[in-house]
Design a protein around this ligand. Structure first.
Ligand SMILES: Cc1cc2nc3c(=O)[nH]c(=O)nc-3n(C[C@H](O)[C@H](O)[C@H](O)COP(=O)(O)OP(=O)(O)OC[C@H]3O[C@@H](n4cnc5c(N)ncnc54)[C@H](O)[C@@H]3O)c2cc1C
Length: 432
């Protein structure tokens, strides 16, 4: 019997467990560990609450968790409750699928002023992440700015723009819904250092902006190259750029405006004790397509600034780490130690991009460790013994179902659930 520990229960962790289960059948036990008693990583805490169809991918992960050889072990933080070296003693292989939960910083003066928040914090706040339940983003001014030109920036801007009615059917947490309902924000400026041809926004997410109840997107036609220049673009990007161009024809007759400010590089954040404005430099593209400052500067008023410019992984003691992710070659970090998903590649791609990662690493493991063999390791039995001796109380998949059922039973009208937003609430539901 083989024993495998997958650390992290987001998409990468679940695809890896699925692949290992397929490769080994009943010859292996696969434990998916997570620091929280609730699984699915960014499917729960990142993907926008008004994109329920995407969140439904967790049903596939449920099926994996229900298989006989797979267990979910929550409430265990690897690197704090147990080290990677200890896990390697107990398991034949350890696969790190810990994601990339930390916001990259802008690295400009004033960034630490109150009112500047990272997208991981803001997204976590509206998605019920326990670390960000108390974020209380400042929604009382008329202007907000979102820095970044990817889908996460669009998520943040859209959530700021929607009406209460538009959150029907979503699982946005109650505290965020109420705060957003009373928001005074009327202008949301979305800043990107380069132009419309360099965006990382996809057509579905952009298209939504054209149909909002109380908000309308605004673009400046002179930011676009001649329309013939769209021809050689990759089809998805071409579609996105066509959508953006189309925003110029929309009637500007709604209460809120989502202003695309291209060729805009934030230089510093200013304000008296809290953010009041961004000082921005106008840019242009150089010969290599990079943003080059023109020296022209201007102000963007903002009493809330959300930075959405990428993420990095949390280091874990004794695991080589560089450039915001674990050092690996094709997923292999060291003997019997692997990384998958954002912890392996950095924060890019869609949910599905994590699937080949998991399958590739499972193939490497299966090639190195035949199903018939045994490393003589004890896996979960020894893990639980060790955790107990340290006063750590692991949770299991049934515990998660109990939390989920309780969340569903507390749902507001028009919402599939009302999430618990604090670690102690999860444990209280479990009677711990
Ligand atoms: C705001 C946002 C919105 C997104 N929206 C979409 C979308 O609409 N469509 C789409 O296709 N993709 C979307 N993505 C991308 C998608 O969420 C990622 O591709 C995917 O979640 C990455 O999977 P992962 O398993 O590597 O990491 P994660 O999903 O982050 O999972 C990591 C897991 O590891 C656990 N963990 C971390 N450290 C430890 C530790 N030390 N010990 C134990 N457990 C630990 C975490 O609790 C978490 O459960 C979005 C991403 C973000 C940030």
């Amino acid at each position: 019997m083989r024993h495998f520990a997958v650390v992290g229960s987001g998409p990468a962790g679940f695809y890896t467990a699925e692949a290992l289960e397929k490769a080994y059948g009943d010859q292996a036990r696969i434990d998916i560990l997570d620091r929280y008693p609730v699984p699915y990583g960014l499917i729960r805490f990142g993907v926008a609450p008004d994109h329920q169809s995407l969140k439904a991918v967790s049903k596939r992960y449920d099926k994996v968790a229900e298989r006989a050889g797979v267990d979910f072990i929550g409430n265990v933080t690897v690197g704090a409750d147990i080290s990677v070296a200890e896990l390697l003693e107990l398991y034949d292989a350890v696969i790190l699928a810990t994601g990339a939960p930390h916001d990259r910083k802008l690295g400009i003066p004033g960034e630490d002023l109150p009112g500047v928040v990272g997208s991981a914090e803001f997204v976590g706040w509206y998605n019920g992440h326990p670390e960000f339940a108390d974020l209380d983003p400042f929604l009382h001014g008329a202007h907000a700015a979102v820095v970044g030109n990817g889908n996460v920036a669009l998520d943040c801007a859209r959530i700021l723009a929607k009406t209460r009615h538009e959150f029907e059917g979503s699982d946005i947490v109650g505290h965020a819904l109420d705060a957003l309902d009373h928001s005074a924000i009327r202008t949301i400026t979305i800043l990107g250092r380069r132009g419309p041809h360099q965006i990382a926004m996809t057509p579905k997410e952009l298209g939504e902006l054209g149909h909002l109840e109380a908000a309308v997107p605004v673009v400046e036609p002179s930011d676009f190259p001649p329309v013939e220049a769209d021809e050689p673009l990759e089809p998805g990007l071409r579609k996105s750029v066509t959508l953006l161009r189309g925003f110029a024809d929309l009637q500007q007759d709604k209460a809120k405006h989502m202003v695309f400010d291209f060729f805009a590089k934030p230089l510093r954040v200013e304000g008296d004790g809290k953010v009041e404005r961004l000082i921005v430099e106008r840019t242009e593209l150089d010969e290599k397509g990079a943003a080059r400052g023109t020296g022209e500067t201007y102000e963007v008023p903002a009493s809330l600034v959300i930075t959405a410019i990428g993420y990095s992984t949390s280091p874990i003691p004794d695991v080589p780490f560089e450039g915001g992710k674990f050092v690996n070659e094709g997923g292999r970090i060291a003997d019997r130690l692997y990384a998958v998903g954002w912890a392996r590649r950095g924060p890019s791609g869609t949910i599905g991009t994590n699937r080949p990662d998991g399958y590739e690493v499972a193939e490497q493991i299966a090639a190195a460790m035949p199903a018939e063999g045994s490393g003589g390791r004890e896996g979960a039995t020894a893990l639980k013994r060790l955790l107990e001796s340290r006063g750590v109380m692991p949770t299991d998949y049934d515990d998660w179902r109990k939390i989920e059922e309780t969340e569903v039973s507390r749902a507001r009208p028009g919402s599939p659930r009302e999430k618990f937003v604090r670690h102690q609430d999860w444990l209280q539901v479990l009677g711990r």
